[in-house]
Design a protein around this ligand. Structure first.
Ligand code: ADP
Ligand code: ADP
Length: 228
């Protein structure tokens, strides 16, 4: 079974016949454990597609299914990592990562143990009691990734997660995300405009092409992973 099925989704901003068709009839299946990147030029509809998949945009045509079931609204089946700062500044790293578990009502000892596991996975052991302001941008983004992983979502959705970082941090964090993917085998969808990043991290790259006023098309490139 496909973990994530995107079935003929379209999204128009504004009312027809005017308005803008930002995403036009896109279908895509992401298999369980697969890492797929979506690349494309600015304005081709990546963020709109992300909003549809993540349940952030309520009004669209088509359907998104996770594990065979229709996905509506924001739901813990899909964990989202945003480009922009999303750590809570008044909370420590540990309390940030434990937050989703707290919301789910997981008892303190258990949620802290689980949070520590994800903190270790992103390489922040020793920084549990730090606050985001004391960390670098890369470390804050790793905290956000650990927090999303703590949900144990079926699908990890990342929208330009390294976009705000410098090139060196971007590369380090990309390597780390790939290592985590290999360990957790988490179904992952990455939206990026960085083709190098997409090729380095993914099993498959989906290229969204776009000409103003014309239907976009998508091209898929399979990338056999080098054996290591
Ligand atoms: P990308 O993420 O690839 O840059 P977007 O999904 O942000 O693409 O945008 C796709 C198109 O939809 C663009 O032409 C953009 O200007 C337009 N658009 C995005 N958001 C809105 C909105 N809220 N209202 C109207 N048009 C929008
Ligand atoms: P990133 O945070 O993505 O690893 P940065 O270059 O932003 O990359 O890290 C900022 C600083 O924090 C660097 O000097 C780095 O050595 C230090 N640092 C990052 N992670 C750790 C860690 N787990 N333990 C100790 N120091 C770290």
């Amino acid at each position: 079974a496909n973990d994530l099925e995107i079935c003929s989704v379209s999204k128009r901003y504004g009312d027809p016949p005017g308005g803008l068709l930002a995403v036009s009839d896109i279908s895509l299946n992401v298999r369980m454990g697969e890492f797929v990147s979506i690349i494309g030029p600015s304005g081709c509809g990546k963020s709109t597609l992300f909003g549809i998949i993540g349940g952030l945009l309520p009004d669209y045509e088509g359907e998104v299914r996770v594990g065979g079931r229709r996905h509506v609204g924001t739901h813990k089946d899909i964990g989202i990592v945003f480009q922009e700062e999303s750590t809570l500044p008044w909370r420590t790293v540990l309390a940030n990562v434990a937050l989703p578990l707290e919301i789910q009502g997981v008892p303190r000892a258990e949620r802290e143990e689980r949070a520590r596991h994800y903190i270790e996975l992103v390489g922040l052991t020793g920084f549990e009691n730090s606050r985001p302001v004391e960390l670098s941008g890369g470390m804050r983004q790793r905290t956000a990734i650990a927090r999303t992983l703590a949900f144990q979502p079926k699908v990890l959705l990342m929208d330009e997660p390294f976009g705000a970082l410098d090139e060196q941090t971007r590369l380090l964090l990309g390597d780390r995300v790939l290592a985590i993917h290999k360990e957790l085998k988490q179904t992952t969808l990455l939206i990026t405009h960085n083709i190098t990043e997409a090729v380095q991290l993914s099993d498959r790259v989906v290229v969204m092409s776009y000409r103003p006023g014309r239907v976009l098309r998508i091209v898929e490139i399979d990338l056999p992973r080098p054996r290591s």
